[in-house]
Ligand binder design. Structure first.
Ligand code: 0A1
Ligand code: ZN
Length: 885
């Protein structure tokens, strides 16, 4: 196929025309939907009448009028992707179009489509052009009204953005609703829902005393499962007032739960969510599901200010809203649960999802420089690394300074479409801060590697830290500049206590680091050069440094800390995140050393000091239980492979399995006690204490199951049968399923029988099987593709079954090529249905060059096969071709 067009940030141009008001009218039908749009157009510069280009895809144009007059054929051009007014009038004018669309045939899940019999929309990033002709770009902000007309018995509920201002019955069984959104918005925030839904209702009174009606809409049978989402929404509204001073701005807030939907979407006052992110009951949802609902409900709600009231100038600025909003949802979840545990989860996610991307062929900066298909840039880099960039402002400015910065940002830019520089400038100006070359975080891709060496001078009583940094080359960016890296650091004395810090020598100057005249325990070192040294004066004895506390920058830190230092930090650091980190560094070293043994066919061994370190953590009753669960979990296989010259999935898998089994056998007694002591009570409670108990019990159970002896199999089966909530039931099932055999087959069959009526639980069942490491599992996958509960059109089922498969490195990277072949075949089938979902799957191939030659050839052949297909979507083409480059 011809290479599709690439769009560049440097080519951004202001539009020649703005839209002030947009009145939409939908006549929803079973065969077709008619969309009438009336747009008031205002030229940016008076008197200029350049051609006006509207985007429009899969639209049938019925009529087009300007100022009430039907246009003649030579006054416009219409093609498959555009409508062009060749010589529009100079000055303001009204454009009216009537178009027809076919929502029931739309499987792409963008634009207007039908999901389980209901109508719904998804317009971000560029879906509005599938609804009507428009300048589909976020810097066109207009006020909307939306009239919806449909059959009343089929679609009793008609929703759109803003306030309901009129509704009524019509002849022929139809009814209508008229909605008006008083806030101007970009078209990607437009939404419409029509269908058979019921709402769970509540209210929230804002800080200024305004009463807001809250409604969560679901199909009638799901309504009881919306309680936790409602709790989450109210908590988020309160939190945003308390922490960011942001009040909700309308009298109504709707959330709709839809089974066929990619993630969740912040449309103004009408959020649309995938059902898995709304519906929960103790029997059907795990703690992880409950936590995801809390976080995502917060995320979408927080967009009301960071995204909606202040939006992006263009899609390259996506991280302006997403990085900031992810940061906000991370903070919200931290405040609702355990800050350390949340941080550990977020950093792990960054390492397993974003680091590989930043080191691969799709590496891009937080603000990408170009794209072929914007949908491909809703990435871990834009979202998660973007959130780390926002977190660095807070680390540098402190909570109060950061809040001053966000206040100024909202004050300056409310109602505007802006850029990442505008956010940067608000942070800087509100604090008169010197951010040096901080903006490089937006433009330079790749994870910086920072090396640090330390030295203690007993005579001078000084302790020095020498930093050197490099940023690896990434596609299009062969040479990098040094970045501004905030390194939060503390020094531990020989008893493990934090030393008080008052000053630092840096750049030939002695700088005070006190806070309100008092010494501090953690200070933030501003590393901005390729090589740089910081020296602490008056250090009475050789300290152990605790570096990058709380993971203060998204970098790979390589320090000269010895194993002994790391065990010391694991036992004593006042920064709990760094206690976990010390354990992880030790585990990574251990795993890598055993990988070498495995590859040499030498026997694998487990360092007794490591077992001792884990045992101390297990038995430390002063520690948070979920922290313990995290601290005893080994780094994932992908994290270890990422650190190898040539990734070897078989070796890493064997080593991880070996260490787990050894730990289980040597700490069997302790793990058994943890299971017994932390069993759940009858009633499920969603709070940190109870979640932490369940997490610890189930982590211990997973270890015990790895022993594969009869007594443990009995124990796990017992836990499975006596479970009173999905967290415990599913963890026990996963523990049983580690080993192929009759116990596994029976438990999986039993689980399906029990839950076949609940598609969300069945999706877990798919994911558990597809991500399994049992040998030759790909056969099973082919069978599951044909399972009655599977449907390639539903993204959740695809993520569970196909996405889940990618998590099993041994099976996906099987040396007979069966895993690659399976994925290649499915990608092509998917591409015809939903290119966005297909391109999400094809990314699994993108790091093929990291593997040995046999695997490289097999994966490359699949990629070549994919790009050679006629009619391939832009989405898949972009990922596959960049992967091959
Ligand atoms: N703005 C949403 C993300 C999102 C983007 C595109 C979608 O299209 C299917 C769906 C959701 C968010 O960050 O919440
Ligand atoms: Zn978002």
């Amino acid at each position: 196929m011809d290479a599709p067009k690439e769009i560049f940030l440097k080519d951004y141009k202001l539009t020649d025309y703005y839209f002030h008001t947009v009145d939409l009218s939908f006549l929803l039908g079973e065969e077709k939907t008619t969309v009438s749009a009336k747009i008031s157009v205002v030229p940016r510069v008076d008197g200029v009448a350049s051609p006006l280009v509207f985007d429009g895809v899969d639209l049938k144009l019925i009529s087009v009028k300007i100022n009430g007059n039907e246009l003649k054929e030579d006054e416009f051009q219409v093609g498959p992707r555009h409508l062009i007014l060749t010589s529009p009038p100079s000055g303001n004018f009204i454009l009216e179009t009537v178009t027809e669309i076919l929502p029931h045939k739309n499987t792409s899940l963008e634009g207007l489509y039908k999901s389980s019999g209901n109508f719904c929309t998804q317009c971000e990033a560029e879906g509005f052009r599938k609804i009507t002709f428009y300048q589909d770009r976020p810097d066109i902000m207009a006020k909307y009204t939306c009239r919806i007309e449909a059959n009343k018995s089929l679609y009793p509920v008609l929703l759109s953005n803003g306030n309901l201002i009129e509704q009524g019955d019509l002849e022929g069984g139809n009814h209508f609703a008229l909605w008006e959104d008083p806030f101007k918005k970009p078209c990607y925030l437009f939404a419409l829902v029509a269908g058979q839904l019921e709402s769970q209702d509540d209210t929230f009174t804002t800080c200024s005393g305004r009463k807001v009606a809250l409604k969560i809409w679901t199909p009638p049978q799901d309504l009881p499962k919306a309680e936790h989402a409602m709790y989450s929404l109210k908590a988020a509204m309160k939190w945003d007032e308390n922490v960011f001073g942001r009040e909700y701005d309308l009298d109504i807030f709707n959330i709709v739960s839809v089974p066929d939907f990619l993630g969740a979407m912040e449309n103004k006052s009408l959020n649309i969510f995938n059902s898995a992110l709304v519906l929960a009951s103790p029997e059907t949802a795990t703690d992880a599901d409950y936590a995801a609902i809390l976080g995502v409900t917060g995320h979408e709600y927080f967009h009301n200010w960071t995204g909606n009231r202040v939006t992006c100038r263009d899609w390259f600025q996506l991280s302006l809203k997403e990085g900031l909003t992810v940061f906000r949802d991370q903070e919200f979840s931290s405040d609702m649960g355990s800050r350390t545990v949340k941080r550990i989860g977020d950093v792990s996610r960054l390492r397993t999802r974003q680091f590989p991307q930043d080191a691969g062929p799709m590496a891009h900066s937080v603000r990408p420089h170009s794209y072929i298909k914007m949908d491909n840039f809703y990435t871990a880099t834009v979202y998660e690394k973007g959130a780390e960039v926002v977190r660095m402002y807070k680390t540098l400015l402190g909570s109060q300074g950061f809040r001053k910065g966000t206040d100024l940002y909202f004050e300056r830019h409310d109602g505007q479409a802006v850029t990442c520089e505008d956010f940067f400038a608000a942070m800087r100006d509100a604090n008169h801060a010197d951010f040096a070359n901080f903006l490089l975080w937006y433009s330079q891709a790749g994870t910086p590697i920072v090396k640090v060496t330390s030295s203690y001078n007993a005579e001078a009583r000084t302790f020095s830290l020498k930093f050197s940094q490099t940023v690896p080359p990434t596609p299009g960016q062969p040479v990098k500049e040094p970045m501004f890296i905030p390194v939060a650091a503390g020094l531990l004395d020989s008893s493990g206590k934090d030393m008080p810090l008052s000053s630092i020598y840096h750049d030939g100057k002695l700088e005070s680091v006190t806070c309100c005249g008092q010494p501090v325990h953690t200070t933030v070192l501003r590393v901005t050069k390729g090589e740089e040294e910081f020296t602490f004066p008056d250090v009475p004895g050789k300290p152990i440094p605790s570096l990058l506390r709380g993971y203060s920058a998204p970098i790979r830190l390589q320090s000269d800390l010895t194993d002994e230092d790391l065990f010391f930090l694991l036992a004593h650091d006042s920064d709990e995140f760094n206690r976990w980190e010390a354990g992880q560094i030790l585990a990574r070293k251990l795993m890598l050393s055993q990988v070498v043994n495995f590859q040499k066919s030498s026997p694998l061994v487990l360092d007794p000091q490591f077992v001792h370190g884990i045992k101390c953590i297990l038995l430390d009753s002063s520690l948070d239980k979920e922290f313990i669960a995290k601290a005893i979990t080994l780094p994932g296989e992908s994290e270890i492979m990422d650190m190898m010259e040539v990734a070897d999935p078989d070796a890493v898998h064997a080593v991880r399995k070996f260490i787990r089994k050894q730990l289980a056998s040597q700490l069997r007694h302790e793990f058994l006690n943890l299971v017994k002591e932390n069993r759940s009570s009858e009633k499920y409670v969603f709070d940190h204490t109870n979640m932490a108990r369940r997490a610890l019990k189930n982590t211990a159970l997973g270890y015990l199951a790895s022993l594969e002896d009869e007594e443990m199999t009995e124990l796990v089966l017992h836990e499975y049968k006596t479970a009173t909530n999905m967290t415990d039931q599913f963890s026990a099932l996963a523990a049983i399923a580690q080993k192929a055999g009759k116990a596994r087959d029976d438990a999986l069959a039993d689980f399906y029988n029990q839950w076949q009526h609940d598609y969300l639980v069945v999706n877990k069942w798919f994911a558990l099987q597809s991500s399994s490491d049992i040998p030759g599992n790909v056969e099973n996958l082919y069978k599951l593709l044909g399972h009655q509960a599977f449907d390639l059109k539903n993204p959740d089922k695809v993520f569970s079954l196909i996405g889940g498969f990618r998590a099993s490195h041994v099976n996906f990277h099987a040396t007979d090529g069966s895993g690659y072949k399976f994925l290649g075949e499915v990608v092509l089938q998917l591409d015809k249905l939903n290119p966005q979902v297909a391109s999400g799957m094809v990314t699994a191939f993108s790091r093929w060059k990291r593997y040995d030659e046999t695997r490289q050839n097999l994966a490359k052949a699949q990629l070549e096969m994919i790009v050679s297909v006629n009619g391939l979507s832009k989405n898949v083409y972009e990922i596959a071709s960049k992967s091959l480059a």
